[in-house]
Write a protein that binds this ligand. Structure first.
Ligand code: ZN
Length: 496
């Protein structure tokens, strides 16, 4: 067998294990009975160990070394060798004993975080977080970096991104949007949310979410929709990309937008060919690019005026109280800006501030300029600076996210990058499809989906994020698209 065939067969073995892991993970969050948790953890641990061993095996190293020198590989094969090679070297660099210690520290930190959040007491979590940061710093040293240790962590989620570049991206966003938020609040006319008051049957909300997914082009013969506490999307394998969602009786927009968000993630994976899956290129170009696909469907489409003109009569089929409601009222009420303590509930204008704050703090923690004991105060001070509000307690402040307890440092910026990529990609999409608004308003989502399939989805992880954004838009990541999108949209809604 030549090295390319052997390499592909090796990756296919790993992909099959990933498929089993994904299915177990999906089941754990959707249908598994509570008492199954201990036995399931054993099985999941076993599969993950098997996949990891195959990934960092000497065989893999040999295949990569041969293929890196080989000519005549296809675009997809070359991309696979480049990306798998990069991950292989990162993972190889960490001593296995350290990974095992870290896994234990992480699971202890997560239990401590759950408890700390319950009683809103940061001191319960503090010693665990100190330990986690110590491990993460060691990982950064093993991974290697040029300028700052935090760069080594960013690389995992957003290949090619650096702290320096992030600071360049954040500066104009902050300078434009902090004063813009103040203007909206001080001088703007806030839309009313009264139309959404009341109780909304959960079963009916579930049917509406399913309908919304069908409308955007999600293929139910290659997926499923199930209930969970915290929505996510998972790729079990080619032809099987599942969405999960949750519904709140008193907040139907929450479940609808979560469905559109997860649907955006799912369209990305449903649009990738089977070959990419078996070349380990089906995670997309990066976390940020993946998030751009979900945010675009949720915000640029779902929170747009044409969408609500189309969607109002559909909404009324499920909830007849909307029969005579002006679509414009629905559009405005779906776009209320309100500084809030919790990131996941943030609107389009304030969302990135939550990320800027986390980036400041976590890069300082990794670099050593910030002490864990100072975190709660620094958090509250940054909330005041960006959003003009102070959390009532640590549960609504520094303890709200699970990420740090899992050792996921460098992940948060992906959420902000997703918003920025979405705005930039959408600007190009609009100029390519000048009739987009009329199409959406008439319920024709086909041109939108075809454009995304052609320019983003089918490419999966073939390109790194910066190459992809340049290929699509002709320039590197440029935050001014997001600034224009947000200021234009909300100036009109708030009648500034
Ligand atoms: Zn997402």
């Amino acid at each position: 067998m030549d090295s390319l065939t052997a390499y592909k067969a090796h990756l296919a073995e790993i992909a099959k294990l990933h498929s089993a892991q994904a299915l177990l993970g999906w089941d754990q969050h959707t249908h598994m009975p509570k008492k199954g948790v201990t036995a399931r953890a054993q099985v999941a641990g076993k599969l993950s160990k098997m996949a990891f061993e195959l990934f960092v095996s000497d065989k893999m190293g040999e295949y990569l070394e041969e293929l890196e020198k080989k000519d005549g590989l296809s675009l997809e094969e070359k991309a696979s060798v480049r990306r798998v090679g990069r991950d292989y070297r990162r993972h190889q660099a960490i001593p296995p004993a350290l990974i095992e210690e870290f896994t234990i520290a992480r699971s202890e930190a997560q239990s401590a975080w759950v408890k700390a959040r319950e009683i809103s007491d940061f001191s319960v979590f503090r010693p665990h977080l100190e330990k986690i940061i110590d491990y993460v710093r060691r990982f950064a040293d093993y991974f290697g970096y040029e300028e700052e240790p935090y760069d080594a962590l960013l690389e995992e989620y957003e290949p090619g991104m650096t702290s320096e570049r992030l600071r360049e991206i954040i500066a104009p966003l902050r300078n434009e949007l902090v004063p813009f938020l103040k203007r909206l609040i001080d001088d703007g006319t806030k839309p009313s949310a009264d139309v959404w008051k009341g109780t909304f049957d959960v079963e009916t909300q579930r049917s509406l979410a399913k309908r919304a997914l069908e409308i955007i082009g999600y293929d139910f013969s290659a997926g499923a929709l199930d209930d969970v506490a915290h929505p996510f999307t998972t790729t079990i394998g080619p032809g099987d990309v599942r969405v999960t969602n949750r519904y709140l009786e008193d907040a139907p927009l929450s479940g609808l937008f979560a469905a559109l968000h997860e649907g955006g993630h799912a369209l990305y994976n449903q649009g990738m060919g089977e070959e990419l899956y078996y070349l380990l290129l089906a995670d997309g170009a990066s976390h940020g690019i993946h998030e751009s696909q979900s945010r675009m469907i949720e915000n640029q489409i779902g929170r747009s005026r044409p969408f609500w003109h189309f969607f109002q009569p559909i909404l009324a089929e499920y909830f007849p109280q909307f029969t005579n409601v002006d679509p414009d009222v629905l559009y405005r009420s779906a776009n209320i800006v309100e500084p809030s303590f919790i990131r996941v509930e943030a609107d389009e204008v304030t969302y990135n501030f939550h990320i800027m704050l986390r980036f400041e703090l976590e890069s300082g923690l990794i670099e050593g300029s910030i002490k864990v004991s100072d975190l709660p105060d620094l958090w509250n001070e940054a909330m005041e600076r960006y959003l003009g509000i102070t959390p009532p307690d640590d549960a609504h402040g520094v303890l709200q996210d699970v990420h740090w307890s899992m050792g996921s440092f460098g992940y948060f910026p992906s959420y902000m990058l997703g918003n920025l990529y979405a705005a930039q990609i959408f600007a190009r999409l609009r100029s390519d499809l000048p009739e987009l608004d009329e199409k959406i308003a008439s319920g024709d989502f086909e041109p939108l989906l075809s454009w995304l399939r052609e320019n983003v989805h089918r490419l999966g992880g073939i390109y790194d994020p910066n190459d992809l954004i340049e290929r699509i838009t002709g320039e590197g990541l440029n935050p001014s698209y997001f600034v224009s999108y947000v200021t234009d949209k909300y100036s009109e809604i708030y009648r500034l």
